[in-house]
Design a protein around this ligand. Structure first.
Ligand SMILES: Cc1cc2nc3c(=O)[nH]c(=O)nc-3n(C[C@H](O)[C@H](O)[C@H](O)COP(=O)(O)OP(=O)(O)OC[C@H]3O[C@@H](n4cnc5c(N)ncnc54)[C@H](O)[C@@H]3O)c2cc1C
Length: 397
């Protein structure tokens, strides 16, 4: 892993977060405002309206790709709904580790494509691997334990700060694209965030052309999707440690993060997150962690962390956080995101179509770029066939 970082913002921040009490009434008001604007505007016709449910990796990626891939000269409005705001689910608490390999260092199915979609699109570099012996590995990370005289180094793998990435890179990128479009007389793109709970799909159907469901582990809590999406929940706890302020020797600024039975994601010279636990079928959606849960997690994680990095015993526990992974079924190609159109399973409501981007499992960072792009293109074209069948076959009986 390379030195800790978060993806640098390419866009200057200008966060606008709207708050609404009633989704339906506000959406209707917005629709009315748009009809009025359209009636008096040059283009005529109303803009295409998309509702994206969830402002995690999946939802913000879909929103960005909807804005980016909508036809030139079109008028598009993307409303993002999230009860907790940006990164309020698993994305905001995740470890931020991004690479395209399995735990056994096997390139994942379409791993190179997923990877390319996530990192700087102008960079065609693959996420290469270097095999290191013990001495070479310890040059990178002094104090690292390398029992089999063998370590694998991923020089281009990333360790991002997930909250900063969601807010500073993804959401601002959406807003920036809207701002740029508004400078053109023929284009109109708008993207807004509504901090609102969505009870059901019915309340949105009349106001949108498409609704894209990106609710992570809570997708199945929508009444229309109960028992229709094959997701299992898995709660994970991450423990954050810091070096005491009187410790002179800090973690090297060029030293990478560590993947082992537990992973150690270093963020700066004095802070590290250690993860993660796997509690299957958990229904505890809270990001808060009780003292008991934190203690149990530390009893599991610390021995694993100190087996590879014994120096961790000098670090002090600060806090723990948790999230729920939405785990998809295992297929011949691995655990893949669940994508596709839901009209057949939930029935057509007005002229609105419904789509799912779910089951990002333990690899939301790797999957969100390509999953968002494929889905946005399919939504815009109203053509599910633009999504490879491996991502939609979960719907087959
Ligand atoms: C402990 C832990 C560590 C992880 N570490 C990594 C890692 O290092 N690298 C990696 O790639 N992946 C990691 N993951 C996995 C990654 O976090 C997930 O795959 C990813 O966050 C899923 O993104 P999402 O957008 O689908 O869901 P979420 O991020 O959960 O987003 C769903 C959003 O929907 C909102 N929402 C839910 N219900 C409603 C409703 N009814 N109305 C309105 N809003 C609603 C929520 O507030 C939430 O913001 C980790 C996961 C966990 C739990």
């Amino acid at each position: 892993m390379p030195p800790p970082s978060y993806l640098p913002p390419r866009i200057l921040p200008s966060l606008v977060s709207c708050s609404r009490r009633a989704v339906t009434s506000a959406a209707t008001a917005a629709a009315a405002a748009y009809s009025t604007a359209a009636a008096g505007g040059n283009n005529g016709g109303r803009p295409l309206r998309y509702a994206v449910l969830g402002a995690g990796f999946a939802g913000l990626s879909v929103a960005w790709h909807l804005l980016k891939h909508s036809p030139k000269g079109s008028r598009v409005r993307v409303d993002i709904y999230d009860e907790n705001g940006i990164g309020g689910g698993a994305s905001g608490v995740s470890g931020g580790l991004l690479h395209p390999y399995s735990p056994k260092v096997k390139l994942l199915w379409r791993g190179a494509e997923f990877w390319k979609e996530c990192v700087d699109l102008s960079s065609l570099q693959s996420c290469s691997l270097e095999v290191l012996n013990s001495d070479e590995a310890q040059c990178l990370i002094p104090g690292l334990r390398v029992p089999l005289n063998f370590a694998v180094y991923m020089p281009l793998a990333l360790n991002i700060n997930p909250k900063k990435y969601l807010q500073v890179a993804l959401f601002f990128a959406c807003q920036n694209m809207s701002d740029e479009a508004s400078l053109s007389s023929s284009e109109q793109k708008e993207c807004k965030l509504y901090k609102e709970h969505v009870d059901d799909l019915q309340q949105l159907a009349g106001d949108y052309d498409s609704v894209i469901i990106c609710l992570g582990a809570k997708a199945s809590s929508l009444p229309e999707l109960t028992n229709k999406v094959p997701l299992r929940t898995c709660r994970g706890v991450i423990a954050e440690f810091q070096l005491p302020s009187d410790t002179v020797e800090t973690y090297g600024s060029q030293s990478p993060s560590i993947l082992s039975d537990a992973w150690l994601a270093f963020q700066g010279p004095r802070t590290v997150s250690i993860g993660s636990t796997w509690q299957w079928k958990s229904e505890n959606y809270s990001s808060a962690v009780s003292d008991d849960e934190a203690l149990t997690a530390m009893e599991e994680l610390l021995p694993k962390a100190s087996a590879v990095y014994p120096g961790i015993t000098k670090w002090e526990f600060v806090q723990a956080r948790a999230g729920i992974r939405a785990m998809p079924p295992l297929t011949a190609n691995g655990s893949l995101p669940l994508l596709g159109c839901l009209n057949d399973s939930i029935g057509k409501r007005s002229n609105c179509s419904f789509w799912l981007v779910g089951g990002l499992g333990a690899r939301g960072l790797l999957f969100h770029g390509l999953a968002g792009k494929l889905t946005a293109k399919a939504v815009i074209s109203c053509d599910e066939n633009l999504i490879p069948p491996e991502f939609t076959c979960w719907k087959e009986p």
